[in-house]
Write a protein that binds this ligand. Structure first.
Ligand code: PHE
Length: 340
């Protein structure tokens, strides 16, 4: 057998499959080695021994060549080989933070009815946070909204710099941006008030709705609140308004939604509902935009009217899922966060 030929053949094999074929061709039952061995009967007796030794040597050699080539081929393979059928490695997956998730949900709900999502500065002047909202300096209502001031020189016209205590600072900015109604704003942003207890964190989020047009009434407000309550909290959720006071709305209300845990009854399985007080949960503040606020925003209150509301994102999440401590949202504890 021509040594060069099998050497070349084996060494040019590129796959393990090809090598198995060669193994069969040379070393198999009907392979060339066995054929050579079977020819021993035609070899003269005195040469049989030497012939046998030669064939065996050849056999060992071919075996060795094939083994070595197998190693080379499988090594080359393992470097480039990619098995598409193997299941991928599962890396631990993060989840969207509940607050980000709620912001997305709320944005979608309002965009569906033509509201435009905006985001106004978290650091503003007293003018945006108070004056433009019918809360002149020295007005006692300003004390209701505890505010963090920033230690920089005051602006000659706009007053001191503050961390916005509510998203209502977006009202005046939005009126000045749009100039001519209609205005349909949903302003979502971080707010700051120095509180820390189960229902308050010093940084929190609010979403502020503002709707201004030529004949907007409280009916539109109620319709929008009902729409939001059903979409966010679930079908059958009802709203109710309770009289309240804000400087920037007149009349002003606090909005409650019916409790989904007890269906608005206040009792759950014969016991006092642990989620709500007497069937209702407080959502936040709302009202018809005060004429002074419209005027300050450059809008004629004799030709236009509007409503506004401001609700806490952390709060609506708490109400939706029946959570009892919003400080968990910011604890960074994965066991809490990955539930949502
Ligand atoms: N800014 C008010 C608050 O933070 C909520 C509010 C917004 C009330 C708009 C009325 C109208 O409590």
């Amino acid at each position: 057998m021509d040594q060069k030929k099998y050497e070349l053949e084996i060494n040019s094999a590129k796959t393990l499959d090809e090598l198995s074929q060669l193994e069969i061709k040379y070393l198999g039952r009907n392979g060339q080695i066995n054929k050579l061995l079977s020819e021993i009967k035609n070899v003269p007796n005195e040469e049989k021994r030497e012939y046998g030794q030669k064939v065996n040597l050849l056999k060992t050699e071919i075996k060795k060549y094939i083994e070595i080539r197998k190693l080379i081929v499988s090594k080359e393979k393992s470097e480039v080989f990619f098995d598409k059928t193997l299941p991928g490695k599962a890396y631990p997956k993060g989840s969207i933070h509940i607050v980000s998730y709620a912001i997305e949900e709320i944005t979608k709900i309002f965009e569906k009815i033509g509201f435009i999502r905006v985001s106004y500065p978290e650091v503003d002047w007293e003018y945006g946070a108070f004056e433009s909202l019918n809360m002149p300096s020295g007005h006692p209502a300003r004390d209701d909204v505890e505010t963090s001031f920033i230690d920089v020189p005051a602006h000659p016209n706009l007053g001191k710099m503050v961390l916005t205590p509510h998203t209502s600072n977006g009202q005046n900015r939005e009126m000045k941006r749009v100039k001519t109604p209609p205005i349909r704003m949903i302003n979502i942003s971080k707010c700051y008030r120095p509180n820390w207890d189960p229902t308050h964190t010093p940084m929190f989020h609010q979403f502020e709705g503002l709707c201004v047009d030529s004949d907007i009434s409280i009916v539109n407000l109620r319709g929008t609140l009902d729409y939001f309550a059903e979409k966010y909290f679930g079908k059958g959720t009802k709203t109710r308004l309770r009289p309240h006071h804000f400087q920037f709305t007149e009349p002003s209300f606090e909005v409650d939604i019916s409790c989904n845990n007890c269906g608005g009854i206040g009792k759950y399985k014969g016991e006092k509902c642990r989620v709500c007080k007497s069937g209702w949960l407080e959502l936040g503040g709302t009202g018809m935009v005060h004429p002074n606020v419209l005027r300050e925003g450059g809008i004629d209150p004799s030709a236009n009217s509007g409503w506004a509301f401001g609700f806490g994102i952390e709060r609506v999440i708490m109400m939706k899922y029946g959570l009892d401590d919003i400080r968990n949202y910011y604890s960074g504890d994965i066991r809490f966060l990955e539930q949502f």
